[in-house]
Write a protein of this length. Structure first.
Length: 480
């Protein structure tokens, strides 16, 4: 009797193989569809570079989680053109895309202004360059150029600061009332570029004004006077008084940095004394090696008023390089309207080195004690039911806010300074400190560690899995 083809062993095995093949194809198709759906909704990219150059920091993602306004990011170039600039532009493009992936409040759009020139016509005050970036929230917007998102030297890009620029721009446009900071010049002040960058990266609008020849801008609520080397005149002091009084409305702040290199400045000192603060002669050194950082000139500080440490960790120290002592004239004046608070102070083993000390002066020649190195003077009043106040903040060290110290993760210099400024200006955001990223020759590739892992997977694990599956199928078919 002739065997039925459909009941034969060969047909059964062949049918099983066909069904398994079709089933596997169907599963792969379904997985592909699922991955495509998920990739549209969630970020499926994995940054395998050594220094995570394509990722944004936890600080930024934490801020994006609090974002309650819609932000549009427009890159004024075709996406392929923008990324073709060089490796840094590719990195910047990937960073920009991350913002939309981490927040559903943000959209990113690449607009080729060559093929769509009408788009920029709505920004009548701007003169754009191909590749500029617009960060917009409603009617408020900020334009970023290549100089904003990259660090350069002799016209060559040396590092990417795309994340700092993007996060700062979002903070500025999302804030309906951004704080304007004015750096005062005209009396031989020290350079403040690094402090300006720190404030700009944290959503402040920063400009400058010559206190000798110009008025302080009306929209300014915070001014910086960085270690002037020439004394103020009566007109300059009158401008500061009027600024801080604000027609009796107060709500203004002055941040002053002192330095051992300053000469005697009697007009400025008299002004500070009215706020309950003066800056003493000489500078401080630390005699206890447990409190120093490489040198007795660089030493850690004790935190003062808890008002100004709220929201930050005090487990990290603040380091103050050779500060001048800040002296408290009064805790509260006779009117009860002006008061002072200590921000930072030394341990009880600090010593003052006088400005006229002899060359053979030794740290053992000084008297050990606790000295104030930063303090704030406040003047308050009550208008209706509301208390209003202005503040003068004094730091005994100009070097305290240099990037050498504000960029060190082990120190709290940047976080503390930003927290003081934020609290004085009424900003709620915690300070954002984001490090620039440098791309090495191989930085865009996969790191050696990831290469090793992937090599192991594809060279050993995957073939072993395939072999095991084959053996199982062979064993099942053999025993049918």
């Amino acid at each position: 009797m002739k065997k039925n083809l459909f009941t034969s062993r060969r047909f059964k095995h062949g049918s099983l193989a066909t069904v398994m093949t079709v089933g596997m194809v169907v599963i792969l198709v379904l997985i592909n569809i699922l991955v495509n759906i998920l990739s549209e909704r969630f970020s499926m990219d994995v940054d395998l570079t050594d220094n995570q150059i394509f990722e944004i920091s936890d600080i930024t993602t934490d801020y994006l989680d609090t974002l309650d306004k819609d932000i549009e990011i427009y890159v004024l170039a075709a996406e392929d053109d923008f990324e073709a600039g060089n490796a840094y532009y590719k990195q910047a493009s990937e960073v920009i895309k991350r913002y939309a992936r981490y927040s559903d409040r943000i959209t990113v759009e690449y607009i080729d202004t060559y093929t769509n020139p009408d788009f920029v016509n709505q920004y009548t005050r701007e003169d754009f360059t191909y590749g500029d970036i617009i960060v917009q929230c409603g009617e408020r917007y900020k334009v970023l150029t290549g100089y904003d998102i990259f660090e350069t030297s002799s016209s060559a890009i040396t590092a990417s600061k795309a994340e700092q620029a993007m996060t700062s721009a979002i903070m500025i446009v999302a804030d309906e009332n951004p704080v304007t900071v004015t750096v005062l010049t005209g009396y031989g002040e020290m350079e403040t570029t690094e402090l300006e960058d720190l404030l700009t990266n944290n959503g402040y609008l920063v400009n400058s004004a010559n206190l000798m020849t110009e008025e302080i801008p009306e929209d300014t609520s915070f001014v910086i006077l960085a270690s002037p080397t020439a004394d103020l005149d009566e007109l300059a002091v009158a401008k500061l008084d009027a600024f801080l009084n604000n027609d009796g409305n107060y709500g203004r702040q002055l941040l002053y940095f002192a330095s051992p290199s300053q000469p005697a400045l009697p007009m400025l000192e008299a002004f500070l004394e009215e706020w309950g603060l003066t800056v003493g002669d000489g500078y401080l050194v630390e005699s206890d090696e447990n409190n120093i950082y490489y040198s007795p000139l660089y030493f850690v500080q004790e935190y003062g008023s808890e008002t100004y440490t709220e929201g930050i960790s005090t487990s990290y120290p603040v380091l103050m390089p050779y500060p001048r002592p800040v002296e408290i004239v009064f805790e509260t004046d006779a009117t009860g309207l002006r008061s002072t608070e200590v921000l930072l102070s030394t341990s009880d083993t600090a010593v003052v080195r006088p400005s006229d000390a002899a060359d053979d002066w030794d740290i053992t020649d000084g008297e050990q004690g606790t000295y104030v190195t930063a303090a704030v003077g406040t003047e308050m009043d009550v208008i209706g039911m509301a208390q209003v106040e202005s503040k003068v903040i004094v730091f005994g060290s100009y070097e305290f806010m240099q990037s050498t110290f504000t960029s060190m993760e082990a120190l709290n210099n940047a976080e503390y300074l930003l927290n003081v400024v934020n609290i004085c200006t009424g900003k709620d955001e915690v300070g954002v400190q984001i490090v620039s990223k440098t791309l090495g020759t191989a930085s865009l590739g996969i790191s050696a560690a990831h290469i090793s892992v992937l090599g192991t997977i594809f060279q050993y694990i995957l073939p072993a899995v395939v072999m095991i599956i084959g053996i199982v199928i062979w064993f099942l078919r053999r025993n049918k």
